[in-house]
Design a protein around this ligand. Sequence first.
Ligand SMILES: NC(=O)c1ccc[n+]([C@@H]2O[C@H](COP(=O)([O-])OP(=O)(O)OC[C@H]3O[C@@H](n4cnc5c(N)ncnc54)[C@H](OP(=O)(O)O)[C@@H]3O)[C@@H](O)[C@H]2O)c1
Length: 226
Amino acid sequence: MTTLGLIGAGHSGGTLAKLALAAGYDVVLSNSRGPHTLTDLVDQLGDGARAGTVEEAAAAGDVVVVTIPLKNYREVPVEPLVGKVVVDTNNYYPQRDGQIAELDDESTTVSELLQAHLPQSHVVKAFNNIHFTTLETLARPSGDPERTTLPIAGDDPVAKKTVTQLLDDLGYDTLDAGPLSEGWRYQRDTAAYGLYAGPGGMAEARRRGADEVRAELDKAKRYRDM
Ligand SMILES: NC(=O)c1ccc[n+]([C@@H]2O[C@H](COP(=O)([O-])OP(=O)(O)OC[C@H]3O[C@@H](n4cnc5c(N)ncnc54)[C@H](OP(=O)(O)O)[C@@H]3O)[C@@H](O)[C@H]2O)c1
């Protein structure tokens, strides 16, 4: 894999781009306003980074990350992502995203919504439960004893393997949390959400290993039971 496509180039997308470039990937960034608005970010990121339209980023990526406000998920182009592995970082914040009935009644989950929108892609949920600053701070090379573990969820084992490799390249070990329908275990307001924040809050990094992540996933409660 050599190119990471990014749909969304904000806090999360920009940080993932930086980590991917450090790992030797090329990145193609995109946003809603068009590539001309990404010139400064691309310059800052340096060699290997370029901006494109959303369709270009989707087409260019060997793996494509969707990292936008959830309310806009239906704008993600379907056709260029057919057959691809799509990483979903998104979270549901009703005050930002408006009320989404299927999430409010918990008949589905955030990443299953994206999967339903992209029926011929292989969606894997990752990175949603770590703050972007912490994501940069805690990245460590493979084999480092201080490595942090992040959960992933997805329905396609091959796609999960690909994403495990991506996380390894970016600086993280992976814990398989199960199918997409189990992704709620690290959604907003669960114990595993923001697990990597220190006592001073989200921006303060705290390493977590696989056992700690598993324990928090096991403890997770649905919103209706909170
Ligand atoms: N911030 C974090 O630490 C963090 C951590 C984990 C997960 N998340 C989740 O990841 C997602 C992104 O968060 P963020 O903090 O990176 O948001 P952000 O800083 O507000 O950036 C959002 C990005 O999405 C782009 N965008 C919006 N609508 C789009 C569309 N229809 N097509 C293409 N690009 C679009 C925006 O581009 P324009 O400016 O051109 O509209 C912007 O580049 C959210 O769901 C968030 O909850 C965030």
